[in-house]
Design a binder for this molecule. Sequence first.
Ligand SMILES: Nc1ncnc2c1ncn2[C@@H]1O[C@H](COP(=O)(O)OP(=O)(O)OP(=O)(O)O)[C@@H](O)[C@H]1O
Ligand SMILES: [Mg+2]
Length: 487
Amino acid sequence: MSTTPRRRRHRWSLQARLITAVVSFVSVILITVGLGTGTVLESILRENLDAKVTRVQDTIALDYNHRADQILGASRQERGTLLVVNNLAGPTAAYVDGDGDVRTLDTRKIQVSAPDGNSWADATIAGLGDYRLRIGPYSSIIGLPTSEVTSVSARIVTTVALLTTGGLLVLAAVIALLIRSALAPLRSVASTASRVAAQPLAEGAVTISERVPEEDTDTHTEVGQVGHALNTLLDHVETSLAARQRNEERMRAFVADASHELRTPLASIRGYSELSLRGIRQAEAGGGATAGAVAETTRESLERIQAQSLRMTALVEDLLLLARLDEGTELVYSAVDLTRLAVEAVSDARVAGTDHDWVLEVPDEPVIVAGDAGRLHQVAANLLTNARVHTPAGTRVTATVTTEGGDAVLRVHDDGPGIDPSVVHELFERFSRADSSRARQTGGTGLGLSIVKAIVEGHGGRISVASERGSTTFEVRMPARPDSPAQ
Ligand SMILES: Nc1ncnc2c1ncn2[C@@H]1O[C@H](COP(=O)(O)OP(=O)(O)OP(=O)(O)O)[C@@H](O)[C@H]1O
Ligand SMILES: [Mg+2]
């Protein structure tokens, strides 16, 4: 329970907190000053009233024979003045009313209890209100109404309260304006930062065009320093992003060049091994006695050389293709019918994998995407080859082409043993093989799926995999182009 208000407090903006703090602080000061002034003023007014009562007492000539109203009538007193006398005429009381006339009063209405040794008393007199009374000679009582003191005090309190409230409102407004203008640069810093955060920096964007505006980076102000620091930081980030980009480009170019350069010597090795093998086969056919003995080991070695150079050629081609796809220069676009492409890829796979059960599910009408026909064929072929080489004989492989919500979807599903869940997430990484022993057995390089991914993403599509024991599905999703003309 107690944590809720604290949490809410933290959600207050700096502006709200500053205004609340300043306004409460100033109101405490103003209220204290107001109360202090009111108290002092009231005590001064009371002293004045007492002095006035004393003056009135001095001006009234008391005697033994007259009633209070007679005595009061004889000395002209101001309105409200009250007199009580107790003499030969008995206890009598009188006061001067609002019109200046003297009126008698029932003495029973006046109940005065002055503390001992104190001739002053305060009392409320029925019909007349609050009075300041002084007990004088002959048990006489002189009094003046305190209503003036109370009304002056009330006026002061009201005035102070009104002025305080008004002043505080003005103060709050002024502070709000000041803070708003002082914090404006901070808001601009925050919005710059969030715009930068929205940029896809992780996905290769290297230029950060956003900066805190010049006028909000004045280093003489604290907020300006923040803006300036953010701009400096963004400069650094941009520089390092550009450096990273240059490094990557250099690396890509290096891989592309190296693969390209390796092609020629590899072709020679392949050619020479081929040539030598042919020579040996001819010699064997000729039936020379020494030829057979030499041929035994040499032929085996040459066959190994040829197989390995073929494998290396495939690897180099894959590397070159990946490097070019990374550069984004490889794809040649045209309208491609995925349906037809799947039909062809599955019939190729059927020929290559007679031990597997191949199923094709395609719609009657063509599914057109804008893409590179050769590369898209490679996608289908790679996925189907994987389904063939990484699953045991008898596995049923289903290739499906559909359109789903504006996307052209190619799915390759097999009911093989599935992929180890711990490696599924890095399946599309370069040189990743889920099971190294099986991969070595099948002779793959581990680049197949990374090439598939690079091609699909080069087309603006996505590839995903869902695998469990008995069901592995690779799904390629690409924006369909139904308007493009069919090939
Ligand atoms: N349908 C599948 N069933 C089981 N495992 C698979 C399947 N497809 C891929 N894999 C696993 O994913 C790994 C990576 O596949 P990828 O195509 O990238 O490489 P590769 O097939 O080993 O080699 P390459 O395709 O380069 O010749 C494979 O080694 C295999 O372990
Ligand atoms: Mg493969």
